[in-house]
Design a protein around this ligand. Structure first.
Ligand code: DL6
Length: 806
């Protein structure tokens, strides 16, 4: 990729400004600069982008398609500059021109095409695939509205539409000539040909044109540029001409256009429950049908081989069950469009598709009403039905031991289509995202499937791209690491382990401390600028940033803050290191209890932050509109990383990895990847508490535990709950009865009270440990040293060798 001096880069900016914006340097705004710099990068990557695709075709590389309803890519400007090797020169040029680089980069609207962990993981994976030089691409939907923008009004979450495309998005290229057609509805007509084979015709279908928009995925300084292809739904030219008309017909036509464009209208802001089900189903089918057509067209052009060879050249990794209609869709194309008999089509399909499971929460395990699929996708329904028949018959005759379980394993049962079952049966690989999660899949949630197909199940513990989450977001720490151990860690993040030699090195620990202090000051400034709240940068920055969900237990965190508040009220002179508790989280718009927790956090903040008795020892901050860019500001400043989900519920977590990589110490339960973090850093460098996954399962199996008993026996807990229910934090019009009754009457389904005392004792330990700053920094350095194992480069290598066979 071409490199430039500062003078050359400024000249390029000047030229572009003139050509693209008709402006001189003097007239340029931050937005102009952002736009022209992005377009310089885009020009710069174009030759490598074309060359990479040519190379893949020429070398007949096996290619992987990562199919996902979500790609939480955030802003691309800085990471693209970084990966092109242009970040430094861009920063210097921007400064020379009298602008602040951060403000220029902030002009890019965060692309929030995802809800949380699953979508952000997909973005990290794309970065690693390209940076490691693998032939792999993303396929998703170009939602016109991303995840909602969160505003907080009087402590309540309010959702606003996120129209991220209101300005031109400089990273995308529309490719109308690669559009494909997707069909919905209609009827299926079967003809038997003379030779006895079946001919399938679809009639009266609604046709939608899927238009691809390509975004480059730039590898880290390796000249590899892969593609993230985002599909947009548009009316087909055919429909446009036959349905256009005058009067009422014109209005019907507009309605029709609208209903089609809705398919890529907005991302469902929910990763645990599903609303607007039919539209969501349309989106899923739209994604898989467009992508599979595209893959097949390209396979033909590139290889000229029969589709029976598809699995030798292509793997489709489906990100959770959302794209699992890919299984029947590939069958449909192979049989109906290419004339393959069932067995051959099935053989190809089962060797192309691989499935990643990201959750065991029952409400997030997708099921579709049989009728809905039958009406919307009649041919797909027939194929799923046949897959199910053959699967169940096979179980009955070939696996006597599983006969009693057929009804639990069936793909169709009780009027529902079980997408996870379809994904498992139709894939050659099923992976979980952390060791514990995979064990839970094998031993509990998918036990019968595991006994049927042990060879399919495998674990791929998640990872994060260290390029964005350390190199880009924390340049101070990155430089100090490079000064200490050299720059090799950037290409080989496992080399961070050499930092273990520095855990007793005073100059290094001092440097690390200075960087943390600097990041805390930047964050404090942001908090002040956005909220007018001053926080003490000498206090412990304790951070919980993630989607708001009961199982993630932000409620337990806020209970602990109330507990500290009560202690300080009782004893204002209590010796305590000041604490700043920082939250950021979006709640699904229809998730009432989650929104109540947001309200409670705000209410507690409004009491605690301004109570003079507290003498500034406690501050509670809720940062609005959590997104990738906000995470980038918070994570370098975090000192304590709250990973406190009910054991067994968090499949992996990735925030835990990002914060550890930036030197925060985890306060966590034995859940998800926390367990692997603990295994690497050792018990002395992490704060673990609470029930284990087995204990949680045992309680569930025996009807839970008795929350009321804890309430009545522990005055500290009773006081907190009473404060919510009519007391200081829940008076008059502000009340939290639903949170109170969820614990008291629904028996605390996420074990908040059960884990509360161990949690607060752990926090006492954290507070004591923080007083010994040398030891704290040693712990911090140990965490950074081990964080290389959680780079998504490691994860992607495991996928590439273990599943994709690239
Ligand atoms: O694997 C990525 C991420 C995990 O780190 C989180 O632990 C898990 O909760 C999340 N899962 C989902 C589930 N969505 N659905 N379906 O977002 O995946």
């Amino acid at each position: 990729m071409q490199q430039y001096t500062k003078a050359e880069f400024i000249k390029l900016i000047e030229d572009k400004l003139r050509r693209k914006r008709s402006k001189t340097m003097e007239e340029a705004t931050e937005n102009d600069l952002y736009f022209v710099i992005a377009s310089i990068v885009q020009d710069n990557v174009m030759p490598d982008w074309l060359e990479t695709q040519k190379e893949y075709t020429k070398n007949r590389n096996k290619q992987v398609y990562y199919l996902s309803m979500e790609f939480l890519i955030g802003r691309l400007i800085e990471s693209n500059l970084l990966n092109c090797g242009l970040l430094d020169v861009a920063n210097e040029s921007i400064q020379e021109m009298g602008f602040n680089p951060d403000k220029v980069y902030n002009q890019e609207h965060d692309a929030a095409l995802g809800n949380g962990g699953l979508g952000r993981l997909a973005a990290c994976f794309l970065d690693s695939i390209a940076s490691l030089g693998y032939a792999g691409h993303g396929a998703g939907i170009r939602y016109r509205y991303g995840l909602f923008e969160q505003r907080i009004i009087h402590g309540n979450q309010v959702e606003l539409p996120d129209y991220w495309l209101k300005n031109e998005y400089p990273w995308e290229t529309r490719k109308p000539d690669e559009s494909v057609e997707v069909q919905f509805g209609g009827r299926v007509i079967e003809h038997t040909r003379r030779d006895g084979s079946l001919e399938i015709q679809y009639v009266d279908t609604d046709k939608v044109t899927a238009v691809p928009y390509d975004v480059p995925v730039i590898g880290y300084q390796n000249e590899v540029v892969n593609t993230l292809r985002l599909w947009s739904a548009e009316i087909s030219p055919y429909d446009r001409s036959i349905h256009a008309g005058a009067g009422a017909q014109y209005y019907h036509h507009l309605e029709h256009v609208h209903s089609i464009e809705q398919i890529s209208g907005f991302l469902y802001p929910d990763d645990s429950t599903y609303e607007g089900k039919e539209l969501r189903l349309k989106q899923q089918y739209f994604l898989v049908s467009a992508t599979i057509k595209n893959i097949i067209n390209k396979f033909r052009d590139d290889h000229g081989l029969p589709l029976s060879k598809l699995a030798d050249y292509i793997t489709i990794q489906i990100n959770d069950t959302h794209p699992s209609l890919g299984v029947p869709e590939l069958m449909r194309v192979l049989m109906d469009e290419e004339g393959y008999p069932w067995d051959d089509a099935w053989d190809v399909t089962r060797h192309v598709m691989a499935y990643t499971n990201h959750t065991t929460l029952s409400e997030a395990l997708e099921k579709w009403p049989e009728d809905m699929i039958r009406n919307l996708l009649p041919r797909i329904y027939m194929i799923i039905h046949e897959i199910n028949e053959r699967f169940c018959i096979g179980l009955y005759y070939d696996h006597e031991e599983l006969r009693p379980h057929i009804k639990d394993m069936a793909i169709i049962s009780n009027g529902q289509i079980h997408m996870a079952h379809l994904a498992i049966v139709g894939s050659f690989s099923v992976n979980g995202v952390a060791k514990l999660h995979t064990e839970i899949l094998k031993q509990k949630e998918m036990k019968n499937f595991y006994s049927l197909y042990p060879e399919k199940f495998n674990n791929k513990t998640n990872g994060i791209t260290h390029r964005r989450w350390l190199l880009q977001v924390n340049p101070c720490l990155s430089d100090k690491i490079t000064d200490a151990i050299g720059p090799q860690w950037i290409h080989e993040p496992h080399k961070l382990i050499s930092l273990l030699r520095y855990t007793n090195d005073k100059p290094f620990l001092d440097d690390m401390r200075q960087c943390k202090q600097h990041s805390k000051e930047l964050l404090a400034k942001y908090i002040y600028e956005t909220q007018g709240l001053k926080v003490d940068t000498g206090s412990i920055f304790d951070v919980q940033i993630k989607r708001l969900h009961e199982y993630k237990r932000q409620l337990m965190n806020i209970f602990h803050i109330i507990y500290l508040y009560n202690e300080l009220k009782d004893n204002p002179n209590m010796d305590m290191t000041p604490r700043t508790f920082i939250f950021a989280a979006k709640a699904a718009p229809s998730y009432h209890l989650a929104k109540e927790v947001i309200k409670l956090i705000h209410h507690v903040a409004s009491v605690v932050n301004f109570d003079p008795d507290i003498k500034g020892k406690l501050k509670v901050v809720f940062l609005e509109n959590y997104n990738v860019s906000l995470a980038e500001k918070i994570i370098p400043a975090a000192e304590v990383s709250e990973q406190i989900s009910t054991a067994s519920k968090e499949a992996s977590g990735t925030g835990n990895m990002k914060m550890m990589m930036n030197g925060a110490i985890t306060c966590g339960t034995l859940d998800g990847a926390n367990i692997e973090i603990r295994d690497f850093v050792g018990d002395d460098n992490i704060f673990i508490f609470g029930l284990t996954s087995d204990e949680v399962h045992d309680y569930y199996a025996n009807g839970g535990y008795n929350a009321q008993e804890i309430y009545h026996s522990d005055p500290r807990i009773k006081r907190i709950l009473d404060q919510l229910n009519g007391g200081i934090f829940g008076k008059e019009e502000i009340e939290f009865k639903d949170l109170f009754y969820n614990i008291m009457s629904h028996n605390d389904p996420y074990f908040v009270l059960k884990d509360f005392v161990p949690y607060l004792e752990t926090h006492e330990l954290i507070e004591r440990s923080y007083r010994h700053q040398r030891d704290w920094q040693r712990m911090s350095a140990t965490n950074i040293a081990h964080s290389g194992k959680f780079s998504s480069d490691r994860t992607i290598r495991e996928y590439a060798t273990g599943i994709w066979k690239l």
